[in-house]
Design a protein. Structure first.
Length: 421
């Protein structure tokens, strides 16, 4: 009898211990999936692979490129339409090398040249999330069908050989742990260089890390001039953090493609990671001085707008359409309406971004730390091409700004592109 009791006691405890191990394993799996979800935010996967009204990560976004329209794919764990049959190694090859299990080569609209630096640990968590934390979807997005010769994907083998690298992330020598965390995020998962680094003749990023001064030195995306991120000397580190977390700071507000980046990626980052990115960007430009402000010119513009006498047409258009929010000072309202004096988009060599904003307006994203969606109306319906040109010219040459005039022909070109899209 005692032997039977001992046997039952042993079995019961073995079951409890087994249940304990299973619970621990489940907790570890849940933690890994949650970490993978965060990694997917760092990599901004949702921005390209999720369309409004469609299942998460089911693809279908039309990405305009110089080669034609490229459609994002379904990356849910559906075995027929997604990536559900991928092993972890195959998943890694697709993300880091742009090579699918059947040998098909991806176009670098998928930023695998930057994702190549993702660590094994982060890749493992990312795989766990997509396989076990994402709901499968049978959504079949449109197939990418570029014209010849770009339709020959096998040619990407040679492009990869010439312009991409499989080297892992290399820490910046002598830099702090925080700066190196920022470097890792910017160079790999954040793939900031895919927009902010100039492109070569092969449409390749000219650099992938801080060892080259071309890295994050600015570029052009769909006609918008993309600013350099090397230091942002006119912003404090906290202003960089605020911009990434909320889409706005005391001097600027997001526009263009950056709105999506903030909405789907940077606004979800931890404070520590945001501060690390800001520290790294400051490190890149630690020898850059803030742009000089022409105080006399600024005061002259303020005085003329305040008096509202003998105004040029551009000045009159500004007071009638812009002055209520951006004020006669061109300083706007901190954290609400962006500053125009010394603004990057205003002083860009290519005025497309400014023209686009005047015509189509802009809306700040709703984020956890700034849920309000402040919007600027578009003026395409009420201003002619000539009027927009004169307004933009005033803004680009008022206060401390010193950029070239805008022509009606430039405005007409942007207006046409808006109608087409």
């Amino acid at each position: 009898m005692n032997l039977m009791k001992f046997k039952n006691f042993f079995i019961a405890n073995a079951v409890l211990i087994g249940m304990g191990f299973a619970a621990c394993a489940q907790a570890e799996d849940a933690a890994l999936i949650k970490q993978g979800e965060y990694i997917s935010r760092l990599g901004d996967c949702g921005a390209c692979h999720t369309l409004p009204g469609k299942p998460a990560f089911s693809g279908g976004l039309a990405i305009e490129s110089n080669l034609g329209t490229i459609y994002s794919t379904n990356i849910t764990p559906d075995k027929d339409h997604g990536i559900g049959s991928y092993s972890e190694a195959q998943f890694s090859d697709a993300v880091r090398k742009g090579v699918l299990p059947d040998g098909t080569r991806l176009y670098p609209a998928m930023p695998y040249p930057d994702y190549a630096k993702i660590t094994d640990e982060d890749m493992h968590a990312l795989y766990a999330f997509f396989m076990h934390g994402v709901k499968p979807s049978a959504e079949a997005p449109p197939e990418t069908d570029l014209s010849f010769p770009f339709s020959q994907r096998w040619g990407m083998r040679f492009w990869n050989w010439a312009f991409s690298s499989d080297k892992p992330f290399k820490p910046v020598g002598g830099a702090s742990a925080e700066i190196n965390r920022g470097a890792y995020l910017v160079e790999s998962l954040g793939h900031c260089g895919s927009c902010h680094t100039p492109r070569g003749l092969g449409m390749n990023e000219k650099a992938f890390d801080s060892s080259s001064e071309a890295f994050l030195a600015g570029g052009n995306l769909n006609g918008w001039e993309v600013p350099s991120l090397r230091g942002l000397p006119h912003w404090t580190e906290q202003e960089t953090v605020d911009y990434l977390a909320t889409g706005r700071n005391d001097k600027a507000a997001v526009g263009g493609e950056m709105k999506s980046v903030v909405e789907h990626s940077t606004s979800w980052m931890t404070d520590a990671d945001l501060k690390a990115i800001a520290a790294y960007l400051t490190f890149l430009g630690n020898n850059q001085a803030a742009p000089a402000i022409d105080k006399k010119a600024s005061e002259a513009t303020v005085a003329k707008l305040t008096a509202a006498k003998n105004l040029t047409e551009g000045e009159r258009l500004y007071l009638d359409n812009c002055g209520a929010c951006h004020f006669v000072t061109g300083k706007g309202a901190p954290g609400i309406f962006p500053q125009l004096d010394q603004a990057t988009i205003v002083n860009a060599g290519d005025p497309t971004g400014l023209i686009h904003t005047i015509l189509a307006g802009a809306q700040q994203p709703s984020t956890a730390k700034a849920p309000s969606t402040l919007a600027m109306p578009g003026f395409a319906h009420r201003l002619s091409d000539e009027e927009v040109a004169r307004l933009a010219t005033f803004v680009r040459q008022g206060w401390s700004n010193n950029a070239e005039a805008v022509t009606a022909e430039q405005v007409a070109k942007v207006r046409k592109s808006l109608k087409e899209h």
